[in-house]
Structures are given as structure tokens and as C-alpha cells.
Design a protein around this ligand. Structure first.
Ligand code: P6P
Length: 332
């Protein structure tokens, strides 16, 4: 009988390939899995326990904080701060870095996360997600950590991933050795291997962009969207959920390209580099895809601010390349 592989078992098997490893990363990831299970439980019953709706507060982005946003943020912070594997954290919901309380040991990793991306869709029951990125911490024991320790290019990521809370809860991650997906089986309370070694089709059959912004687009974006819509060489479908994790996950599995480029309204882009674009870019590249600003590879960007935004074109390799060509030709 073929038994299912639980995520924790998969991590242990992956760890055994590195005899010198301390196991700290595996323990850190196990704590993240717990946080994901707790958030999944609340997302799936939010309507019943009055977690829907806004808190009346605004987050560092000036966006209305949904109750579940706050819950997800607090769940991750409280679950992750005690384990002794992190030196500090950073969240989309919080302006400054999140220091580990002095009564807890500090570790050698940094965790950056968007606790509940797409939260404006919560009340209408559209999939939302948690996005996370793990970096090494260069600060030495006893050294005061600063935001500068977080400002590392995406190429420095040790691990990245996301959890999509949809018709089922799926956790997808990479440590640089392929991309693997695990589906939560609520009856046993485990994430079970469901998508081993995900590869994104090289040519997109789906394009995702908010066409309501077309009046603000620069020429390069307009040229690419018109090119893909004219798609002589393939069937192209437009799909745009407005929830990054949902749009990205569908494109990853079926082949697609997602674009949120800079335009005359979002002059620096909308999506965040460190805890949205970089983690998904790592996954996209590990699955055989690509992630670009149109000018440069997303993971090569040298960050200057914790919450900085970026232009993002991500998904099937050939389509990202085509969009880059349209973008660069239009600059010429
Ligand atoms: P727009 C959700 O608010 C989010 O941050 C991402 O999840 C999503 O991809 C994007 O914004 C949608 O933005 O401007 O199209 O509504």
C-alpha cells in the first residue's frame, strides 16, 4: 500500500541529504507548518466566528486591516518567536522589524512574511494566502539586529513558499532543490505530499493582469498584452483573481504569466519585493519559470527598504521573456 508522505517526513528526508545540517531549519519549518494549520482553521471558519470584516485599523501600507490579517500575523509571530531558530522577523503588517523577546533564544535565520495576502477577498470567500521567505542572519550573537540585515537580494533566500487557503489548503515551498506542494488533510492534521517537483509549463496558456489599469500602462505593457491576446500560436485565457497567491498558484500548475508592472499610477509597482515578489520568484525559477521587473531579474534587486515595492512579471519562462522584450523594446 502506498502511504502518503507528510511534509515533516519530506523535510527530514531532505535534511538527511546534508549530513552536516543541524536540523534547526527543519525545526523552524515545523513551527511554520503549525502556524499554517492554525491560520487555515480560522480562515475556513471565519464567517462563523465573526473574524470577517475589518478591525477599523490601518496597517503600515495604509490598508484596512481585516480581522483575519491581524489573527494570521499574531499567529505567526507568537508561534515562531519562541523556537530559538529566528534572530528576528518582518511582516507586511508591521512597519519595523519584529525582534525576538529577550527571554527567548535567538537563532540564525530571518523570517519575512505576508501573513494573509489578498485579504480584501476574505469576506467574499476567495482564496487568500500566506507568503514567506527565509534568509540567513549575518548579525553575530549579541549584535543588535537592524533592518539592514533584512535587505538581502532574493538570491540569498534559504527557503521560500506560500500557503494557499482555497478549496483545500496547500503549502508550496522550495529550498533551492525543486518545488514541492503539500495538501492539508484535516482528518489527520498533516500536510501530505500532493505535488512533487512542480514544473511550470514554458509557454503560458493563461495571462493575469488587472486590465482596469490599462489606462495607466506604459507602452511595453500594452504591447505585450496585445501580443498575448492576439496569441496566434496558442489558446490564451485571461484569469485575474486579485489575490496574488491564487493567481500565482494557478499559473504555476497550468502555465501562465502574471503581471503587476509599474505604471503611471503605481509608479514603483504595487507588490512588495522582500515578502511577496522574491519568495514567489524563487519558486518560479526553481519550477523552471522566471520573474522579472521587465528590466532585471527580480531576485537580483538589491533592496533598500523593508517594504519597498517592485514591478513584477512572473510565470512561464517564454512569456516572461516575451514581456521583457516588449518592455525593453518600448524603452528604445
Ligand atoms: P489590484 C491584494 O491586495 C494584492 O496585494 C495581491 O494579492 C493582488 O495580486 C493585488 O494586490 C491585486 O491588486 O490593484 O489588481 O486590486
Amino acid at each position: 500500500m502506498k502511504t502518503s508522505t507528510a511534509l515533516t517526513q519530506f523535510l527530514m528526508e531532505e535534511q538527511r541529504q546534508y549530513p552536516g545540517s543541524s536540523g534547526n531549519f527543519t525545526l523552524l519549518f515545523s513551527e511554520l507548518i503549525l502556524a499554517a494549520k492554525v491560520i487555515s482553521r480560522e480562515v475556513n471558519k471565519a464567517g462563523l466566528i465573526n473574524l470577517l470584516g475589518a478591525t477599523g485599523y490601518k496597517n503600515v501600507q495604509g490598508e484596512e486591516v481585516q480581522k483575519l490579517d491581524e489573527y494570521a500575523n499574531d499567529t505567526i509571530v507568537k508561534t515562531m518567536e519562541r523556537g530559538g531558530h529566528l534572530h528576528a522577523m518582518a511582516s507586511e503588517e508591521i512597519e519595523d522589524i519584529i525582534r525576538i523577546p529577550d527571554d527567548y533564544p535567538k537563532g540564525k535565520y530571518l523570517l519575512l512574511f505576508d501573513p494573509l495576502d489578498g485579504s480584501s477577498n476574505i469576506d467574499v470567500n476567495i482564496s487568500v494566502g500566506t507568503i514567506f521567505s527565509i534568509l540567513r542572519c549575518e548579525a553575530k550573537a549579541g549584535e543588535k539586529i537592524t533592518v539592514d540585515d533584512f535587505l538581502q537580494p532574493g538570491t540569498e533566500q534559504v527557503c521560500s513558499g506560500y500557503v494557499i487557503y482555497g478549496s483545500s489548503t496547500v503549502l508550496v515551498y522550495t529550498t533551492g532543490h525543486g518545488v514541492h506542494g503539500f495538501t492539508l488533510d484535516p482528518s489527520v492534521g498533516e500536510f501530505l505530499l500532493s505535488h512533487e517537483n512542480i514544473r511550470i509549463p514554458e509557454k503560458a496558456s493563461i495571462y493575469s493582469i488587472n486590465e482596469a489599469n490599462s489606462r495607466y500602462w506604459y507602452k511595453g505593457t500594452t504591447d505585450y498584452v496585445e501580443k498575448i491576446k492576439a496569441g496566434e500560436d496558442r489558446v490564451t485565457t485571461g484569469r485575474y483573481v486579485g489575490s496574488l497567491v491564487a493567481d500565482f498558484h494557478r499559473n504555476l500548475l497550468k502555465g501562465g504569466v502574471f503581471l503587476y508592472p509599474i505604471d503611471r499610477k503605481a509608479t514603483k509597482g504595487k507588490l512588495r519585493l522582500l515578502y511577496e515578489a522574491n519568495p514567489l520568484a524563487f519558486i518560479a525559477e526553481q519550477a523552471g519559470g522566471a520573474a522579472s521587473t521587465g528590466d532585471v531579474r527580480v531576485m537580483d534587486i538589491a533592496p533598500t527598504e523593508l517594504h519597498q515595492r517592485t514591478s513584477l512579471i512572473i510565470g512561464s519562462k517564454n512569456d516572461v521573456a516575451e514581456a521583457e522584450k516588449c518592455w525593453q523594446d518600448a524603452q528604445g
